[in-house]
Design a protein around this ligand. Structure first.
Ligand SMILES: [Zn+2]
Ligand SMILES: [Zn+2]
Length: 110
């Protein structure tokens, strides 16, 4: 988590360090943060990795085309593939392949 702005105690002016959604000052001042406050003030680690989310979402798709593969985990030869536009539309879409036998998922190089 990264601080965007600091909070200061309205009673004594000390710098406040929120812990688990609650701000607690040495003078006794206390304030709980709403989820909205927390979202505004902190950068959530999960948002750094949007591609991981994409893989999880697409793995629920049952109508994927099949292809012949060589799974590096189990040696399986049947796999599913799908294409994901990962970032901006300027970038080439990425192909993902999933082993039908063990569910191992990886990025295709072409
Ligand atoms: Zn205080
Ligand atoms: Zn496999």
């Amino acid at each position: 988590m990264v601080f965007n702005d600091m909070e200061f105690c309205p009673d004594c002016g000390a710098m406040l360090m929120p812990k688990k959604g609650i701000i607690r000052c040495r003078c006794g001042f206390e304030k709980s943060l709403s989820n909205e406050d927390i979202k505004k003030q902190y950068y959530m680690d999960g948002e750094k990795n949007p591609e991981a989310k994409v893989i999880v979402t697409d793995s629920n798709n049952v109508a994927l085309p099949t292809t012949t593969i060589t799974c590096y985990k189990c040696g399986g030869t049947k796999g599913y593939w799908w294409t994901v536009q990962t970032r901006s539309a300027d970038e080439a879409p990425t192909n993902f392949i999933r082993c039908a036998k063990c569910g191992n998922t990886w990025r295709s190089s072409n």
